[in-house]
Design a protein around this ligand. Sequence first.
Ligand SMILES: [Zn+2]
Length: 186
Amino acid sequence: MRLLGASPRSWQEIEGIATQILRECCPERLVVPGRVNVLKIAQEYLPRAQGVLFAVGDTPPGIEAYVLFDTPLSPPRLVLSPKTYASLLEEGPRARFTTAHEIGHAVMHLADYRRLGNVLTRRMRLEPYRSAERQADVFASRLLMPTRAFLLAVREHGPDLGVLTDIFGTSLSTTRIRLRELGVLS
Ligand SMILES: [Zn+2]
């Protein structure tokens, strides 16, 4: 089987993309610990900067959200299931991460989607830096927990998962991974 992947990107490059979006949408979140408004990024930044529309609608069974790439008749869209959207409005950590992950696909992978079609959306065994899914996860974690603001919060509160998940609106697992990546937890 031929393995097809996204264009290779380093984690540093992906962090740069997330940082640029935060700089445009909510620069204070880069330096002041808090919850990034992912809905606002999806509804306002994506259409303006990427031409990706935001929609709430039916998704295939088991799919919480996805990016529908463009056809000659319609622009690309980020679609959230009604359940994911409702949870996002209540700032549910999973819905926040899912939405941030899809924003990552929308800003990084449209060209790859167009080139490869749906094959890209399947999870495949690839080197992590070529996996669209890994890239989107890394993007989501950098968008929701920007390095500087996150480290400031750690300095103030310690590696307290209860406090950090509350500040950033993130899940225990993604927050723990971020702490490990930054060398705070082993
Ligand atoms: Zn994905």
